[in-house]
Write a protein that binds this ligand. Structure first.
Ligand code: GAL
Length: 411
């Protein structure tokens, strides 16, 4: 009898331990429409670790506008998720690594062979002298212009190769009752802005903005706002109330001719709306940026004090694996940065993005965390508001420079 009780007691203990360890909370902004790729990855994890309960904590809001604030509260309050989405680059390094809140993943990278599996340019974005800080799950492209070929044909216009061409066809489209360029809420306008910045400055000067070698008040940089203002004049009045998906919906519904959005829009149109890339919808580099690729990468890290550390490490192993990435990315609209990725699994859009990622000049995204610390990123939303209110390029340029100076951009 005693022996029986002991066995029951130890089983209960094992049970508690297994329950306590058998959880994994991952945190991201991939909610609702943005969920299918993450869900597929979670299914893979669940198949490999059936005893682990996965808590998929999401905070809606494109580009993490809302999730970042919630994450900050949790991290500073000592309740980190086990693993969280963060953009490779300054959003990771300038925030959580600088605050010493992340575990160094160097030994995991070594063990998994990731230093050879990922391109050096991407490793640079997640590494400092003291460690390697997150696992990239994808590469997205920011400077993509989307359109519906059948609609352009109907309206008698072709996709513009530069902003002058766009401004020239704008009246034709407006006369037909069509929004030439559909935009959404503030961050999506900044998203268009970074494409215009690249088109205006070229890759070298674009990069020099983020290292503070080119002031925002330089006439070349101020000119970005002049062009941007003309594009805003050709855009929809209800932009501030639209999510990026709702802006894409207007494009698909034939209410708008063009949209500039990252290639999660391809994921949305293909995976969620069931459209065919290349026929139902098409794309080209945003005007004036052909041959350059504004990249960003979603990654996940391991915060110090994660409640379920071991489960989180297994999650990271899956995220970085060839198999995990080739399940996730074809649904997401992104590509796998792994050099051994199986391109036959990707659709026409994914294959074209992968080819461009190989051959193009690569620069980093502002809005999606690659090039500027978060303090600048979040304040840039205010600069955008100021400009949308005044359409005054000089005022916007001055405001951007004031913030750059205040946060010591580039240091
Ligand atoms: C980006 C993110 C993408 C996608 C997009 C829209 O910042 O890197 O994966 O989620 O926001 O929310």
């Amino acid at each position: 009898m005693r022996k029986y009780l002991l066995i029951v007691a130890s089983l209960a203990l094992i049970g508690t331990a297994a329950f306590a360890e058998g959880r994994l909370e991952i945190f991201s902004w991939w909610a609702g429409d943005e969920g299918p790729a993450l869900d597929a990855l979670i299914d893979l994890y669940a198949a490999e670790y059936p005893d682990v309960e996965v808590i998929n904590a999401t905070v809606t809001g494109g580009s993490g506008v809302n999730a970042r604030a919630v994450l900050k509260t949790r991290m500073l309050g000592g309740d980190p998720p086990d693993s969280f989405q963060v953009h490779a680059g300054q959003e990771l390094i300038g925030t959580w690594v600088a605050a010493k809140r992340m575990e160094d993943l160097s030994s995991l990278f070594q063990e998994q062979g990731w230093y050879d599996a990922f391109p050096p340019g991407l490793i640079d974005l997640i590494q400092t002298d003291t460690g390697t800080w997150s696992v990239p799950v994808n590469v997205h492209r920011s400077n993509v212009m989307w359109f519906i070929p059948a609609n352009l044909e109907k309206w008698g216009v072709s996709a513009p190769n530069n902003w002058d061409e766009f401004v020239a066809i704008c009246p034709t489209l407006q006369a037909a009752g069509v929004t030439p360029m559909v935009m959404g809420e503030n961050w999506t306008q900044q998203h268009v802005w970074e494409s215009v910045a690249l088109a205006t400055l070229g890759a070298d000067d674009y990069n020099r903005l983020w290292t503070a070698e080119l002031p925002f008040t330089d006439p070349k940089a101020e000119a970005i706002w002049d062009t941007f203002g003309k594009i805003v004049d050709c855009s929809n009045d209800d932009a501030s109330g639209l999510s990026w998906q709702q802006a894409t919906d207007q494009l698909v519904a034939g209410e708008a001719a063009f949209n500039i959005m990252g290639d999660w829009a391809a994921g949305y149109m293909t995976t969620t709306l069931d459209l065919n890339p290349g026929t139902d919808y098409s794309w080209q580099a945003s005007p004036g940026t052909d041959g350059t690729f504004i990249m960003l990468a979603d990654s996940f890290g391991l915060p110090i004090g994660a409640h379920n550390r071991e489960e989180a490490i297994h999650w990271l192993e899956l995220l970085g694996s060839k198999h995990g990435q080739d399940v996730f990315n074809p649904l997401k609209g992104s590509i796998s940065p792994r050099l051994d990725s199986d391109l036959s699994l990707y659709d026409a859009y994914g294959q074209s993005a992968a080819a461009d990622y190989q051959s193009d000049v690569i620069v980093g995204s502002l809005v999606h965390g690659a090039v500027a610390k978060e303090a600048f990123m979040s304040e840039f939303a205010t600069v955008m508001e100021i400009f949308l209110g005044s359409h005054n390029s000089q005022q916007a340029a001055n405001a951007a420079q004031a913030i750059a100076t205040q946060v010591s951009l580039g240091n």
